[in-house]
Design a protein around this ligand. Structure first.
Ligand SMILES: NC(=O)c1ccc[n+]([C@@H]2O[C@H](COP(=O)([O-])OP(=O)(O)OC[C@H]3O[C@@H](n4cnc5c(N)ncnc54)[C@H](OP(=O)(O)O)[C@@H]3O)[C@@H](O)[C@H]2O)c1
Length: 345
């Protein structure tokens, strides 16, 4: 018997991702179980996935290289089926990724990769496979896409997505005729690069954006409001270190404190948290289907707070206040480039 007291999130949390797939607009991000974010106990982690499902946070984002993440999905599905019957496992959506090392992209490699993910996740068909590519000069990504497309037609993959592709190469893939449904990119109130060209192209093509980094690893929260600039040892997760660099490039700690203070004022007025405002801000942007929020399973649980996002409506006055601070930041598009360019410098 569950002792969880959280209420299910409202219907406004649901999004029709495709004609056959509905998701929760806040996805549970599993990079946080991969190491580098503190110790995760596998048994506690898998058990703690049940309350997420019961609160209707039904959608998981993971990858082949996120440590045990795919195995956790497999074990969770087996336990779900054993306790609640076969149909229960169909209530979750698990979006994985393939991040291949550069090299030949023959059919056998792609088959083996997809079969491995299917085995680990205890599935016959992947809900969404998001493909990452390190080097555009190596055009074998098109070869990989053609094999993935065949696996989609054969039914081993239900939907094909990308991650960290820039607009130019996403367009190239679409022009080649591949049916990509989504691109997962870094997108937050401090990193609005997707607004330069990606979002508009995605809207035109009916491609969904899945956003990550939206809470900057937790920096966009009350925990860092009024705090001195954290140095290396205070940045206790891989995620915090990653996004502290983004804060530095964006405008530095002093301006970030002004942003947190502004977010806090808005949050207080709506009786929500800074994190809720930061998530809602991105959920309301064109082409955004969902925001992926990292979950440290068995260590921290922000479901109750994050659920408030679905009843929150930001007003023009809120956006104006934010814009006043944001207009003083640096232009990350000119510093870093388009979506995903941070992985290709
Ligand atoms: N495609 C890619 O290249 C890529 C790259 C990075 C991430 N991702 C995906 O995106 C997911 C998100 O990861 P991220 O690194 O971007 O982190 P994030 O979602 O920006 O931050 C996650 C952290 O925010 C804190 N948090 C969550 N809700 C909160 C709330 N209501 N109040 C205060 N703090 C809150 C938690 O910190 P505590 O646990 O400390 O409480 C949590 O660990 C990953 O798991 C992964 O699925 C994809």
């Amino acid at each position: 018997m569950s002792t969880d007291t959280s209420l299910p999130v409202p219907n406004s949390s649901r999004f029709q991702f495709s004609s056959e797939l509905e998701i929760c607009r806040i996805l549970n991000g599993m990079w946080q179980v991969s190491g580098g974010h503190g110790y995760i106990d596998p048994e506690i982690a898998v058990e703690s996935m049940f309350p997420y499902l019961d609160s209707r946070f039904t959608t998981w984002d993971l990858a082949d290289h996120y440590g045990p993440a795919e195995d956790f999905i497999g074990e969770f599905r087996r336990r779900l089926t054993a306790r609640r019957g076969l149909a229960a496992a169909a209530d979750i959506q698990a979006f994985t990724k393939w991040v291949p090392s550069p090299g030949p992209m023959d059919r056998r490699l792609v088959d083996e990769t997809v079969n491995k993910s299917l085995r680990r996740m205890d599935l016959e068909s992947l809900d969404l496979l998001q493909f990452h590519w390190w080097d555009y000069a190596d055009e074998r990504y098109l070869e990989a896409m053609s094999h993935l497309e065949k696996l989609r037609i054969e039914g081993k993959i239900r939907h094909l997505g990308l991650t960290n592709f820039d607009t130019q190469h996403l367009k190239k893939i679409i022009d080649e005729g591949y049916g990509v449904v989504s691109n997962q990119v870094q997108y937050s109130i401090i990193d609005r690069r997707p607004e330069m060209q990606m979002a508009q192209y995605c809207e035109e093509q009916g491609i969904h954006l899945l956003a990550y980094g939206t809470l900057a690893g937790g920096l966009l929260s009350e925990r860092y409001l009024g705090q001195p600039e954290p140095g290396g040892s205070a940045l206790t997760t891989a995620s915090l270190s990653k996004y502290k660099h983004v804060v530095d490039a964006w405008g530095g700690w002093e301006l970030f404190q002004e942003l947190l203070l502004t977010l806090k004022g808005i949050a207080d007025r709506h009786r929500v948290s800074i994190a809720d405002v930061a998530i809602r801000y991105i959920l309301d942007r064109p082409a955004v289907a969902g925001v992926i929020v990292g979950v440290r399973l068995g260590v921290a649980d922000h479901r109750d707070d994050n659920a408030k996002v679905f009843d929150l409506g930001l007003e023009p006055e809120d956006l104006d206040k934010l814009e006043t601070v944001l207009s003083r930041s640096r232009d990350l598009y000119s510093i870093i480039g388009d979506c995903g360019d941070e992985y290709r410098r």
